[in-house]
Design a protein around this ligand. Structure first.
Ligand code: ATP
Ligand code: MG
Length: 555
């Protein structure tokens, strides 16, 4: 668009300044997940932000696994994370890194700090360290081991590395300032003993660096310029700067924090999702009710819709929570013009056209998407016996009900006018068949203008229809009660978050649908073929989102 004023977010403004002042002559960003779970919509924000900045500034984007803590990390997560990031469209090209590849350099940095008198080995227990640390209002106390000589520290640290000590027996601490108003600066632990195998380095190490020490070194080694992270690390920035300065990196990276993305009434925490998976409440990390990237993909969200959503959320320093309805808005917008609008009957009853010749079938030409001619047309069989939605017939209609009831005429979408003549009920009083007559003159596209009807309903031809299972999703959380139970911190679950309809009928054209393909079902919503459970002769659809929305675009 010409003359469009593109406003820049605060991070872009900072980058512009750094480039103008010559602090950096290029932009290099990274996404640094810990491989200890699946990525979720919040991570998508970080990925798209970092990748987007690299693109915008013709810089580079690194994919780096922050795998410095062997306790919780697994190869399974490494693979899923890469798949998700690729799917989102963030391309790290050949810039794939693992923090564990830098363990030697991190060790060397620690030795250098000891040599400079900036780090010491401490024998206090974790508990004692905590007690010595002080509080927000009270300065900390020096460790009795703070004044060990450089030689002693070098020897002890080497012994830590060679396995002479048990877990927790000794740590290496940065020597900064026990009276600092910032607790993170009160001689933080930078290395700990942990006799654990690492998923990449095996048993080579029995000491591992702490996050606050490792992360700035990882960034510096890779030549990252702008290390973008979330707000909870703001108080750690002085330590980040201390590490890169004291380790004497040239042209060190700069940390910038932004607010995390939160969705109202949606669970994102790994701890909670893990429990839902383990308790069998959801069907794995990709259960379509979750907002992990894998779950959103399985539900039928597209990378484009997620990008649109993240763009709409913006980047800021103010913590806020976004309505899930905005994500739904984005997927509707994305699919609206792209997807064929097909007919599917979710709660079927039979409609029989008594005056339509028995045994005859005609193929009607139906446009795939009235708003997008480029999607072409398809042939849909039409015959004497159809399925329609149960709710499209009423024996005794209320006012303003324009669908089928005895004596009323409606249009069968893309087909003919039919008039309800009679109906059949079973012994329980449920309607099982609606009998109609049709008017051959009223065929869709024939230019018929004799009379008008007020209702149009969809249908599928019974002998040709494919039976399908349709899964309708609602929020996993009880929105009235909120996400967390105030008493015990557990989740307030919505018992009706999944509804499975097993007796649905869809057009025969669906037989070619593949995993992740999505469609509009006219009048009901957008649906996606379930990648886990659907088979060509036993289709399973996930409802991505209904057609209607209460969401209003912010002005
Ligand atoms: P969680 O505990 O929610 O799963 P995490 O912070 O432990 O998240 P990491 O693997 O450490 O997960 O995160 C990788 C990157 O993603 C970090 O830079 C982190 O700041 C960012 N990130 C995590 N959650 C969000 C969020 N909700 N919004 C934006 N960025 C996020
Ligand atoms: Mg983390």
């Amino acid at each position: 668009m010409e003359n469009e004023v593109v406003s820049k977010n605060f991070i872009e403004q900072e980058i512009d300044k750094d480039l103008a002042e010559g602090v950096y002559d290029r932009v290099c960003t990274r996404f640094p997940p810990e491989p200890n779970g699946y990525l979720h919509i919040g991570h998508a924000k970080s990925i798209l932000l970092n990748y987007g900045l690299a693109q915008k500034y013709h810089g580079t984007f690194n994919m780096r696994f922050d795998d410095t803590n062997p306790t919780k990390e697994k190869v399974e997560f490494v693979d899923s994370i890469m798949e998700d990031i690729r799917w989102l469209g963030a391309d790290w090209e050949d810039r794939l890194y693992f923090a564990s590849d830098y363990f030697d350099q991190m060790y060397d940095c620690a030795v250098r700090l000891i040599e400079k008198g900036k780090a010491y080995v401490c024998d206090l227990s974790a508990e004692e360290i905590r007690a010595y640390r002080g509080t927000l209002t009270e300065a900390g106390k020096d460790s009795p081991y703070r004044d060990r000589t450089v030689e002693e520290n070098l020897r002890l640290f080497e012994e830590m590395r060679s396995g002479a000590y048990q877990d927790g027996e000794k740590v290496l601490r940065a020597k900064i300032d026990m009276a600092s108003p910032n607790i993170n600066m009160r001689d933080p632990v930078i290395y700990r003993v942990a006799h654990m195998s690492h998923h990449r380095t095996g048993d080579k190490w029995c000491i591992y660096p702490m996050y606050d020490f490792a992360h700035p070194i990882e960034d510096a080694i890779e030549g990252i310029t702008h290390s973008i992270c979330t707000l909870e690390f703001e108080d750690h920035r002085p330590l980040y700067d201390w590490v890169v300065r004291e380790c004497e990196f040239e042209n060190p990276p700069r940390q910038i924090e932004f607010a995390k993305l939160y969705l109202t009434n949606v669970v994102t925490g790994k701890r909670y999702i893990k429990k839902l998976v383990e308790d069998g409440i959801v069907d794995g990390w990709d259960d379509p009710r979750l907002v992990s990237i894998a779950a959103l993909r399985r539900r039928g969200f597209t990378p484009e819709s997620i990008k649109m959503f993240i763009d709409m959320c913006g980047v800021s320093k103010a913590q806020s929570s976004v309505d899930y309805a905005m994500l739904e808005y984005c997927i509707r917008e994305d699919l609206k013009m792209k997807k064929a609008r097909m007919m599917a009957v979710l709660d079927p009853i039979k409609l029989i056209i008594d005056n339509y010749p028995e045994g005859e079938t005609e193929y009607l030409e139906v446009p795939n998407n009235l708003e997008n001619e480029a999607l072409g047309t398809r042939k849909v069989p039409f015959c004497r016996e159809l399925y329609i939605e149960r709710e499209d017939f009423m024996e005794e209609p209320p006012k303003k009900y324009f669908r089928l009831f005895p004596g009323n005429e409606v249009r069968l979408m893309s087909a003919y006018f039919v008039k309800c003549e009679s109906f059949v009920k079973d012994e329980n009083g449920n309607v099982t068949e609606v009998h109609c007559t049709y008017d051959p003159e009223t065929r869709s596209g024939s230019g018929f203008s004799g009379r008008k009807v007020k209702g149009t309903i969809h249908w599928v031809a019974a002998p040709y229809a494919k039976k399908a299972e349709v899964r309708l999703y609602e929020n996993l959380v009880d929105e009235e009660k909120g996400v967390y139970n105030k008493e015990d911190g557990s989740l307030n679950l919505n018992p009706d978050s999944l509804k499975v309809l097993k007796n649905c009928f869809v057009e025969p054209g669906f037989s070619e649908a593949k995993a992740y393909d999505s469609f509009q079902f006219v009048r009901t919503g957008y649906f996606c073929i379930d990648a886990k459970d659907s088979a060509p002769d036993a289709l399973v659809f996930n409802r991505i989102v209904s057609l209607k929305s209460s969401f209003k675009l912010p002005k």
